[in-house]
Every structure is written in structure tokens, then in C-alpha cells.
Design a protein. Structure first.
Length: 427
């Protein structure tokens, strides 16, 4: 039986009625958002940066800050480095924070049909996050660093980078360290991290007057790509791609209370998708990105084709791939943030009626051969997700885009720092 939730029932997951998208200046495309790295990553001052660049910045930020950056270096480190010196220090011009709340930049949101998984947060949450750390998006450089480098920690940085790009930050204002704090000299590290600063009332995303929403592919975009056999690339394991398994996801826990992390309700891959292993762009053994030459070789898979859409199980690995393409190799790409967690929830034929999330009549069903290939099996009652279903017959699934365009055009009152941390997340 399908449970339909009234559209006004759940705060930020619900959103308002659809309206014509207001005009916003500087509307970007994947092509204009793509920026190519220097041949040697050590020469980068944004995008993917190395230990050598970070050391120069910490030695004398005023003398070495990149062109176009008039403010400070704001370091956000979500996880601790091993050992006693867990965090980066804050020399003159640098403010380094233990930002364990970085996942606040992601959120479960209503796309008009369902809310499942996590995608870039709404404007209120994005604004409140910038205020919490006093980030002046038009002046400062945000450096995202991992305490220790792994797929999980680096993908968290990539998701944050993509979200901040989505909300209008320029490439020159964002950087990710290739490696981790653990690789940096002890002279740059300290035992404790300072508390976030007092909120800066000048901080908010709409002031940027940029629309970078093309970074993210919505459900409707992916459905159209599957039907038209446009480029879709799957960054999951080969076993998942072949439909032999559905891996658990920490990005949704709508299964039974006490059960492990939920999975999509069925296994398989989006119709027409091509396997794109993460190893093509990221070395899991070292926790670092491949060379620019390796990334160029990987990007040849997209040569001559329309802009590819990247997905995986829950947006984790595909975020790393999308960052590597957009922010390093300079290859246009789009990120399906909700990924197969969303796609694999939209079924009407699960053998267990309680996991039939949409009615047979819904135009958004994905459990059909034309839309899903290699459908290999169904999740159990304990595993399968139960998304928030709003309108199985909705004419479109772009409510998130409409809401975010409206926020840029007419933002609400400036939110308090950190507001909405727990709303719409099932932590």
C-alpha cells in the first residue's frame, strides 16, 4: 500500500506550490562550471590543491593568497586526524575549524514526487551554514580538508564542494586538499580547534546572484536520460552495477527501527548506464586523486557525447567523480545526488506490498525494463526504504529547483547560524 503525505506536512521537506522559475542573472551551464586544473596539481590555487600549496598559505597567507581572493582562508575539517595533533592551526589570515557538521549541507528534500536520500540543502540551511563559520562567499577561500583520507572522508568533501558550487560559489573560492591533515607537517597542526565565530550578518548565498543549479541532475533529468539513452554513468561496484547486490546506505534510514542502513528496494542499474569505476579517478589505496593525464583518459569515455550524469548508490562515489571531472579535468558533468537510493525506491511491483512505494499508475515508476536494466532482486522488509511520497502523479519532479530559484530571487529573513541542523534529516 502506498502512503501519500500531504505536501504541507513536513516542514522543509514539503516546500510550497510550484511557480514559474524567476529570472536570475548569471545562469551557469555544466560547460561554464567546468574548470581545468594546472598540469601539475602543485600549481593549483583552487579546485584540487596539494600539501605544498597549503604550506605556503599557512606560512604567509597575505603574501600567497590567490588572485581574486581578498579575504581569509577558511578551513573546514569534518573528521579528526590520527594522533594528538588532530586539527589544522589558524595562523594570521587563516581560520581553521573542526566542522563535524559538514553534512548539514545535505538534506532530504521533496522533489514534488518523493523525498529520499540527501541532496544539496535548501537556501535557509546553506545561508545558516555560511553564517556559522563567517564565510564571505565573495571574498574568502574555503579549503575543505580530511583528517585522514579515504573514500568516505573525501566524498564528504566532494559533496560539500558540489553543494557550495550549486549555491553559487565560484571555483576560485573553493579548494579540496588532495590528501589529508595527517600528511601535513606537525608545525601546522594543533590539539584543539577554535569554536565557530560570531555570525556575520553580511553572509548569505543570494547576494552572489549566480545560478549554478545545473551542477545537480534531478529525477526528471535522469528519467529522460534513461528513456533517450543519454549518457549515464554508474560509479558503484561492478557487483551492484550488474544487479547482483544492493549495498546499504547511511543516507537514508527509513527501514524498520533498529534495522541496519536501508537499501534501494530493488537491485539493478538505470537503463542505458555505463559502468564508471571510481578507481578511474581516485586511488582508494592512497586516498588521492589520479593524475590529470589519468583523468583525461577517463574523460575520453564522454568524448562527443552530451553532458554525462553521474550516479552511484547514494551520491558518495559519484560526488568524487563529478568533482574530479568538473573541478579538475574541466569536463562538463552533472551529479545525480539522490542516486540509485532514490531511483531504486520508485517501484510499484515489490513482492511485499509495504515496499510498493508508488501505485501502478504513477508515471514515476522505475521498475520497468525500459528504465532499469539488470533488475536482479528485491530488498527485504528490513532493508527496503520507505520514502516520503508526496504526489505519485506529479507532472514534474523539479520542485527543489523551483524552491531554490525562488530563494535566490526573494530570500527569507536571514536565518540564525546553524538553524535547521536536524530538520528533514533522520539522524
Amino acid at each position: 500500500m502506498v502512503g501519500v503525505v500531504a505536501a504541507g506536512a513536513l516542514g522543509c521537506a514539503a516546500g510550497g506550490p510550484d511557480a514559474p522559475a524567476p529570472a536570475v542573472r548569471q545562469v551557469a551551464t555544466p560547460a561554464t562550471l567546468a574548470v581545468r586544473s594546472a598540469d601539475d596539481f602543485r600549481d593549483n590555487r583552487a579546485g584540487l590543491v596539494t600539501r605544498e600549496t597549503v604550506e605556503r598559505w599557512f606560512a604567509d597567507w597575505a603574501a600567497n593568497r590567490p588572485a581574486g581572493i581578498e579575504g581569509e582562508l577558511v578551513v573546514l575539517q569534518p573528521d579528526e586526524a590520527p594522533g594528538l595533533l588532530k586539527y589544522l592551526s589558524s595562523p594570521a589570515g587563516v581560520r581553521a575549524y573542526h566542522a563535524g557538521d559538514l553534512p548539514m549541507l545535505l538534506q532530504q528534500r521533496n522533489n514534488g514526487v518523493v523525498a529520499v536520500g540527501r541532496v544539496p540543502a535548501n537556501g535557509v540551511r546553506a545561508d545558516s551554514y555560511l553564517r556559522r563559520y563567517g564565510i564571505r562567499a565573495d571574498r574568502d577561500l574555503v579549503l575543505l580538508v580530511a583528517g585522514s583520507s579515504s573514500v568516505a572522508s573525501m566524498s564528504e568533501l566532494a559533496r560539500a564542494w558540489l553543494t557550495l558550487r550549486y549555491w553559487g560559489l565560484e571555483h576560485r573560492s573553493l579548494a579540496i586538499l588532495d590528501g589529508s591533515v595527517a600528511d601535513l607537517p606537525q608545525s601546522l597542526r594543533v590539539e584543539t580547534s577554535p569554536p565557530p565565530p560570531i555570525a556575520n550578518d553580511d553572509v548569505r548565498v543570494p547576494g552572489l546572484l549566480r545560478n549554478h543549479f545545473a551542477v545537480v541532475a534531478a529525477l526528471g533529468d535522469v528519467r529522460t536520460a534513461a528513456i533517450e539513452k543519454a549518457p549515464l554513468f554508474d560509479a558503484r561496484t561492478l557487483e551492484e552495477f550488474d544487479g547482483a547486490s544492493t549495498g546499504p546506505s547511511a543516507f537514508d534510514d527509513t527501514c524498520l527501527a533498529g534495522a541496519p542502513n536501508c537499501t534501494a528496494t530493488f537491485s539493478g542499474r538505470i537503463g542505458g548506464a555505463t559502468h564508471f569505476p571510481l578507481s578511474l579517478v581516485f586511488d582508494e589505496a592512497t586516498g588521492r586523486f589520479r593524475t590529470l593525464a589519468d583523468l583525461d583518459t577517463a574523460a575520453q569515455r564522454f568524448a562527443g557525447a552530451p553532458t554525462p550524469i553521474l550516479y552511484d548508490r547514494d551520491g558518495t562515489r559519484s560526488a568524487l567523480v563529478t568533482f574530479a571531472l568538473l573541478g579538475v579535468s574541466g569536463t562538463p558533468a552533472r551529479w545525480y545526488a539522490a542516486s540509485f537510493l532514490e531511483w531504486g525506491a520508485l517501484n510499484a511491483t515489490h513482492p511485499v506490498s509495504g515496499l510498493q512505494n508508488l501505485p501502478v499508475s504513477s508515471p514515476w515508476r522505475t521498475d520497468a525494463p525500459a528504465l532499469t536494466s539488470a533488475l536482479g532482486g528485491w530488498a527485504s522488509t528490513e532493508q527496503g526504504i520507505r520514502p516520503l511520497v508526496f504526489d505519485p502523479a506529479a507532472p514534474s519532479a523539479d520542485r527543489v529547483l523551483h524552491d531554490d530559484l525562488a530563494y535566490l530571487e526573494a530570500p527569507a529573513a536571514l536565518p540564525a547560524p546553524g538553524i535547521g541542523e536536524s530538520s528533514c534529516l533522520r539522524d
